[in-house]
Design a protein around this ligand. Structure first.
Ligand code: FAD
Length: 262
């Protein structure tokens, strides 16, 4: 995890103090129960909608009930205020191709296979291959060959560039490099590592977990989704408390919830 919410509710003091004192809104900051930042932000955002700041409001000790109601009623927009960022590495280009299909509430920064050349190539071996001697050997041969082929293609293309081939021309140094790398990467397998920074607001993250940590999801992305869940449940346990962990037939872990797509 790269980033998580930091919330300072003392900053709302001036806002609350501006209302008629008889409403008792300043009580809000005297709630004796501490709750995690992520939950506190969602609760404040939700309670702002009805100006629920007096003593009759839902207090922090009822946060679980409050957030369950949000999830049950599908008012997930208040969950969009909280975001988490992750660096995913040791993951394949297959995984990132699936992950980047999630558009709403998601931000991605992925290694460029045009800018970055073959010197930093790494490959990801699937668990099914790791546990099988023949498949493991085939994987090793495949990635060795891919790396060699990449280097050979790049050498030929650089030579053509130096010889003034118009197909390989470019205005700036970066363009020239990209012309070579973008063609050379054609020989790389889906197993090529593709580090990515992903930021998701909680509403989007929950949807990703429900789609990708589910029984029907591909194994590699399911593992990544489950690991993201393990990180966020430490930081925001109540936002994710409805998830049940299930051990799937292949021994991997998946998630299930009664409140899908809030
Ligand atoms: C097991 C599995 C198998 C899959 N197989 C395939 C496949 O064979 N081929 C394939 O192409 N894809 C496949 N996908 C990808 C899938 O179709 C989605 O593109 C992906 O899961 C992103 O989810 P999402 O569409 O809910 O989008 P998200 O961006 O995560 O959006 C979340 C929600 O916001 C709303 N939303 C987002 N954008 C729009 C929009 N433009 N208009 C209206 N509403 C919007 C929708 O309600 C959406 O569910 C598969 C996904 C899974 C989990």
């Amino acid at each position: 995890m790269l980033a998580r919410p930091f919330v300072d509710l003392t900053n709302i003091q001036q806002f609350l103090a501006g209302f008629d004192q008889e409403l008792g809104f300043q009580e809000y900051l005297r709630d004796p129960t501490q709750i995690p930042d992520a939950e506190a932000l969602c609760k404040f955002a939700g309670q702002l909608c009805y100006l629920s700041f007096s003593s009759k409001r839902t207090w922090n000790h009822e946060i679980s009930k409050y957030l369950r109601h949000i999830k049950e009623s599908g008012h997930g927009s208040v969950l969009e205020h909280v975001s988490f960022s992750f660096l995913l590495y040791g993951i394949s280009r297959s995984l990132t191709h699936e992950l980047v299909r999630h558009r709403a509430g998601a931000a991605f920064s992925q290694v460029s296979q045009r800018f970055v050349d073959g010197s930093a190539l790494r490959f990801v071996e699937r668990p099914e291959f790791q546990t099988h001697p023949v498949l493991h050997l085939m994987f090793e041969e495949r990635i060795d060959n891919a790396a060699k082929e990449y280097a050979k293609i790049a050498t030929i293309l650089y030579d053509r560039q130096l010889a003034g081939d118009p197909q390989m021309s470019g205005e700036r140094k970066t363009d020239l490099r990209k012309k070579v790398n973008q063609a050379a990467r054609a020989c790389l397998p889906n197993e090529t590592e593709a580090p990515i920074v992903v930021s998701l607001n909680v509403r989007a993250l929950r949807h990703v977990l429900e789609m990708r940590a589910a029984v029907g999801a591909e194994t590699e992305i399911r593992r990544a989704a489950y690991l993201m869940y393990e990180c966020v449940k430490e930081i925001a346990p109540i936002l994710f408390e409805d998830y049940e962990v299930e051990i799937l037939g292949d021994g991997t872990k998946g998630l299930r919830t009664a409140y899908r797509k809030v």
